[in-house]
Every structure is written in C-alpha cells, then in structure tokens.
Design a protein around this ligand. Structure first.
Ligand SMILES: [Zn+2]
Length: 264
C-alpha cells in the first residue's frame, strides 16, 4: 500500500474513519468505492500472516525431525536427553559430557575420518543419555540409527531364513551406510564366534566406508577385547576413543540391577 502522505499529495480523496479497536484514522480513496482500511489493523493482519507462515515452517521442520527421530529408533526413555540436562556430580562425568558434546559439535569432521567413541561403564552411569544427546544433535543433518548389539545379530540372523525379504548383504549395507551408528549393550551376552563374525562384518564395513560408530558397553577394556575378538578390536582401537564412565550409578534401580548383574 502506498504511504498515506503520498496518496494525499497525489490529490486522492480522504476521509476520517473510526476503527472500533484503534480509533480515528485517515482513510484514502483507493478506487471508486474502495477505501483504505485502518493501518494498525492492516499491520496486525500482515504480522499474523507472517507468523502463520513461520509457524507452518516450524511445524514442518518439527515433523521432519520427528520422522527422523522415529527412524533413528532411539529408545523412548532417552528421547529428550540432551547435553544440558545431563547431571554432573563428579569430574569423570564432567569429562564425559565434554567429550560427548565436542564429539557432536565436531561431527562433520568425524564423518570424514570415521572417528567414533566407546562409552564404557556400568548401567545407570549416563552412557545412553550422552549417546542419545549426540544422536539427537546430529540427526537433523545425518542418517543415524540406534541399535543394540543383539538387534544387529538378530537382524542378520533373520536374513538366513528361506523366506526372508532381505538378504544379509541388504542388512549389512543398511547398517553400514548410516552416517552414525550407535550400538548399545555390546558385550552383555557371551560373544559366540558367530556373533563376533556378524559384528565384525558390520564394523569392518563401516571402517572401510570411513563412517563413525559409537559403541556402548558394560565391559572394561579387557572384557571388550575378549567379547569382540582380535580382528574387530583392532578396528575399534584404531578408530574409537575410549570414554570410561567409572562411577557408580545414581539411579537406585540401575544400581540394584548392576549388583544383580543385569542390564539396565
Ligand atoms: Zn484498527
């Protein structure tokens, strides 16, 4: 709309009109019976329209993230866990938080070098919280997936059935191509040779594609090496940073489970 003063200068007809909300204003005759409306109302309408567009954009973005979140398969209880709500009681936790946050921030570089992490510690020490925080901070821009070690083994084993719609190769490719793969509960069960081979195939593929992997385990260095076997351990040692979570659980239930030798 042209400015009022210009319209008046141009010799257009004006009249005083009262807006119910904003009081008197000068209305300009635009064309025949069309008169300009209250400028304050017009401004508000314009602003509301812009806000609606912006809301639509935000909703669409949220929808897109929700879908990605769904595809990432992060366990429900860890959705919403971020760096800012990770509780720090000791120096080890502060260090773990710092490493995880720096890892997420530098993820584009890790995509080029294939640098990963091993989060090692008892249940309830916050490994899953930090892994979920990393996943959620990179999933807007990258294909990410959370699986447990047993999921991986089951996924591959299922392809061995005669009627399987997917081949073993399909599954390996799917796991192998994710920008970031998080494998939880590594070393919870006894690692049979067959399981070691499956895990090696996945990790070796990711190693060759130079893609980062985060492993989570209750095992210490020795236990992890034993579980993975020499070949896989070599890959992990070369590409991953070992992050120890060496404190007791702050969750009473997890502490109880840890004592009973169960996985939280
Ligand atoms: Zn008005």
């Amino acid at each position: 709309m042209e400015p009022l003063s210009k319209a008046i200068e141009a010799g257009k007809q004006t009249r005083q009109v009262e807006c119910e909300q904003h009081g008197m204003f000068t209305s300009v005759n635009i064309f025949r019976t069309v008169w300009s409306r209250c400028p304050t109302c017009e401004d508000l309408r314009h602003k509301a329209e812009q806000e609606a567009v912006e809301r639509g954009r935000v909703l669409a973005e949220r929808e897109r993230l929700q879908q990605k979140l769904g595809r990432a398969a992060i366990p429900k209880r860890f959705i919403g866990r971020g760096f800012d709500n990770f509780t720090v009681h000791n120096e080890g936790q502060a260090k773990a938080l710092e490493i995880a946050q720096a890892y997420a921030e530098g993820f584009d570089a890790h995509m080029k070098t294939g640098r990963g992490l091993v989060l090692s510690g008892k249940p309830g020490t916050g490994k899953s919280h930090l892994a979920a925080a990393i996943l959620q901070s990179v999933l807007a821009r990258h294909a990410v997936l959370y699986v447990t070690c047993m999921d991986v083994i089951r996924m591959v084993r299922e392809t061995w059935r005669k009627d399987s719609p997917e081949s073993e190769r399909d599954v390996l490719q799917r796991l192998g191509r994710m920008s970031l793969l998080v494998i939880d509960e590594v070393g919870v069960q006894y690692g049979t040779e067959g399981e070691q081979t499956i895990l090696f195939d996945v990790l070796d593929l990711r190693y060759r594609e130079v893609l980062p992997t985060i492993l989570m385990t209750n095992q210490d260095l020795t236990g992890m090496k034993q579980f993975l076997g020499e070949r896989t351990w070599d890959r992990i040692r070369e590409t991953c940073r070992w992050v120890p979570f060496e404190w007791e659980s702050y969750r009473p239930q997890a502490r109880k489970e840890a004592i009973e030798g169960k996985q939280a």
